[in-house]
Design a protein around this ligand. Structure first.
Ligand code: BES
Ligand code: ZN
Length: 464
């Protein structure tokens, strides 16, 4: 493969870009919300659309069944190609769209918006997380095959439909297809850049434990005047439990929670110092200024390398218009923990449940519902594939790539390592202000276009 081939592929990407955008819009129109059973058919439709698209560009692919939403798997391999055989991973499922009234336009009617500073963005649920990102790779592969006749290295593709709901079907699927999927390197496009001009490779992901608790007190809703004062209120129990999860210094109180947490080495902390991150800048974007969280930690530590506990939802009692003097029978909350280092998801789940049980009076009850668990992950900062990615990203963006952490979780990356013994390369083009999981999610047009070009270059670089 010559550098001439790469130049032609890049030209092809530029020339075909409007069509790339049309194809992304087709995918964005499918409301593939994995957590909502009402959208199971849409998840399947997104999988079918992708399998057809991949097969059409020359990566034979099929929709493969799991216990939940299907996977899309494809392969394009050839004799004696150089470089690693990579497995590209992305997810076609998206988060729910609520609260719908905060969207300026329909979440599944994608559109291009021009911001006051002239920046063009693609607005739709899933534009950044993760349909826009996975399509950067698909479009790069398309350009390679159509312009150069082939991909520079062997490529397999795996697109998941349950990432946003904790990947419940993933592990059995990986185990059942171990030989097919244990390749040399996974390429994962579900992370972000450092800022709109600076590309990044991500080397750390936090893990996750998701738990829902439902507390039941009386066997029916009660008049709060007739019963209040003598009958127990489950919302009081719940808020007491939730308030007790952190101490005055912002540390999580669940017993043994910090077992396995690792302090960052000085050289990594020093490298991050050079990135120029400020609390004012980060929080200012979202209308805040005062840092929350653990005392005595830098802001990047707080979002990348320290474990947290967040309450993601609370419900109970009267939520309608007006007012109702009621003591509800039930109260519930959804709680998640982000994990780092070697923290053990199952031990933390058990410790949390024990803490909750200890706070529930004996005439009341608590139910737990598990919502996923995955350990944190740290990748080798100096692997050859990371160097290839850095070289390709610098060539495309004209700036060295930053090496960053990520506060979010991508459970499969741990499973690739632990179940398939496969390392991952995490490159993505999302930005902090993409509003992922929120109303009005967007993906910068530049992320989409230069993201496609970046993957075209990374494929060439990995072949060297
Ligand atoms: N793409 C995100 C992970 C991410 C978040 C990367 C922020 C970069 C910045 C991913 O789709 C995601 O949201 N994962 C969930 C996983 C969970 C539902 C198991 C998360 O982190 O909450
Ligand atoms: Zn994602």
């Amino acid at each position: 493969m010559s550098s001439d081939a790469l130049s032609k592929v890049l030209e092809r990407i530029d020339a075909d870009f409007d069509n790339s955008l049309d194809r992304l819009f087709d995918l964005l129109r499918i409301p593939s919300i994995s957590t909502d059973p009402a959208h199971a058919g849409d998840c399947r439709q997104a999988a079918e659309w992708l399998a057809k698209e991949l097969t059409g560009i020359g990566i034979p692919s099929s929709v493969r069944e799991t216990n939940g939403h299907p996977m899309v798997i494809g392969h394009r391999t050839g004799e004696g190609k150089p470089g690693p055989h990579v497995l590209f991973y992305g997810h076609y499922d998206v988060q729910p769209v609520d609260p719908l009234d905060l969207w300026h336009t329909e979440p599944f009617a994608p559109r291009v918006d021009t911001r006051p500073d002239g920046t063009k963005v693609i607005v739709a649920r899933g534009s950044a997380d993760d349909k826009g990102q996975l399509m950067t790779f698909v479009e790069a592969a398309r350009a390679w095959i159509s312009e150069a006749g082939d991909l520079p290295i062997d490529v397999s593709i795996m697109l998941e439909g349950e990432e946003e709901s904790g990947s419940p079907s993933l592990r059995p699927f990986l185990d059942a297809n171990k030989d097919e999927l244990s390749l040399d390197l996974a390429l994962v496009c579900d992370t972000g850049m450092w800022d709109a001009e600076t590309p990044a490779v991500t080397t750390m992901l936090r893990g996750l434990v998701g738990e829902e608790i439902v507390i039941t007190a009386a066997d029916r809703d009660l008049h709060s005047g007739m019963y209040g004062g003598l009958a127990r209120n489950p919302i009081h129990i719940l808020v007491d439990i939730l308030a007790g999860l952190h101490d005055e210094d912002g540390r999580v109180t669940v017993p043994n929670f910090y077992d396995g947490v690792i302090e960052m080495p000085d050289d990594v902390m020093a490298m991050w110092e050079t990135l120029g991150f400020t609390t004012e800048g980060f929080l200012g974007e979202i209308g805040l200024k005062l840092p929350a969280g653990e005392e005595g930690r830098t802001p990047l530590e707080k979002i990348w390398t320290r474990p947290t506990c967040e309450i993601n939802g609370v419900s109970g009692g009267y939520q309608g218009a007006g007012f109702k003097t009621v003591i509800a029978s039930k109260a519930s909350a959804k709680v998640s923990f982000r994990l780092v280092g070697n923290q053990n998801p199952e031990k933390i789940r058990e410790a949390f449940r024990a803490y909750v049980r200890s706070k529930v009076p004996e005439d009341c009850s608590v139910e737990f519902h598990e919502h996923g668990g995955s350990p944190a992950l740290r990748l080798d900062f100096n692997s050859p594939s990371l160097s290839s990615a850095r070289a390709a990203l610098e060539a495309e963006w004209g700036k060295p790539a930053a090496t960053i952490g990520c506060g979010g979780s991508i459970p499969i990356v741990g499973d690739f390592k632990n179940r398939l013994n496969m390392d991952s390369l995490l490159v993505g083009f999302g930005l902090d202000d993409d509003q992922v999981h929120s109303p009005n999610e967007k993906y910068n047009m530049k992320s989409f276009k230069s993201g496609i070009r970046s993957w075209a270059r990374i494929l060439a670089e990995l072949a060297k």
